[in-house]
Design a protein around this ligand. Structure first.
Ligand code: DGL
Length: 265
């Protein structure tokens, strides 16, 4: 038993979709959430910079007593997970790419899987490697969708403009594949509008797969929370705490307390 919190981080708000899934599956666990709102988006940055930012954040969360780290950002997982595991060997660290890939490999029947994500995630080919490692016969079709994140941040998750953008990005996918991985933490909010376009293609939202994986690791390391009461959620951001509080509701599905501002790494 270990009553310390789980540390979760993302470049901004998107990782709250993972927090939502963890709160549902593991309601007793307390969570420290870090959103690097001053330095987002990560999806267009270099590997070197994303590694540097991720190292700073994990150090911060471990100092705040986190017992485990969830990298709730596809870009940071693609670019920094291996480095983080190497640098912080005493703390279990998991990302979002492996759990999402395992789920997609189970869901796909024709073994033709589409992956959508930020430019950095797609360029890294991290999903290709993860899916091929699970089953070498899987064919992976990737597409970066750089306009999705700003639309979600603007709350424009339905309507004519986003419909056109979805069609623009996903038209090449339509007849080939039977499963699409939403390989960016913002994309679960676009699930209805993507579903409307791709119809019976299955969509894999890695958030719930990550929560299941976290549950397994907590069991394996014997660090589950022993308290029977509901866990807490404390948020930290590097800029604009009020805006985070306001928009965070859309990602979490419930209101959040105003986060603490961190400006002294
Ligand atoms: N959180 C990032 C991801 O999952 C998307 C936003 C960004 O580019 O920072 O890839």
């Amino acid at each position: 038993m270990d009553n310390r919190p789980i540390g979760v981080f993302d470049s901004g708000l998107g990782g709250l979709t993972v927090v939502k899934a963890i709160k549902k599956l593991l309601p007793n666990e307390s969570i420290l959430y870090f959103g690097d709102t001053a330095r987002l988006p990560y999806g267009v940055k270099s590997k070197k910079l994303v590694i540097e930012y991720s190292n700073q954040i994990v150090k911060f969360l471990i100092k705040k007593n986190a017992k485990m780290i969830i990298v709730a950002c596809n870009t940071a997982t693609a670019m920094a997970l291996e480095e983080l595991k190497y640098n912080f060997k005493d703390t279990p660290i998991i990302g979002v790419i492996e759990p999402g890939s395992i789920q997609a490999s189970l869901d796909s029947i024709n073994k033709k899987i589409g992956v959508i994500g930020t430019a950095a995630t797609i360029k890294s080919r991290a999903y290709n490697y993860a899916l091929k490692a699970i089953d070498n016969n899987i064919n992976v079709f990737s597409k970066d969708c750089p306009l999705f994140v700003p639309f979600v941040e603007e709350g424009m998750v339905e309507g004519e403009a986003i419909n056109l953008i979805v069609a623009h990005y996903l038209s090449s996918f339509k007849n080939n594949i039977d499963t699409i991985i939403l390989g960016c933490t913002h994309y679960p909010l676009l699930e209805p509008v993507i579903k409307k376009y791709v119809k019976d293609i299955k969509l894999v939202d890695s958030a719930s797969a990550v929560a299941k994986h976290a549950n397994m690791i907590l069991d394996e390391c014997k660090i589950k929370n022993g308290y029977k009461k509901r866990g807490s959620l404390d948020c930290f951001v590097t800029d604009l705490p009020r805006q985070f509080e306001k928009l965070g509701r859309n990602f979490l599905g419930e209101s959040i307390n105003e986060p603490q501002l961190v400006d002294d790494f």
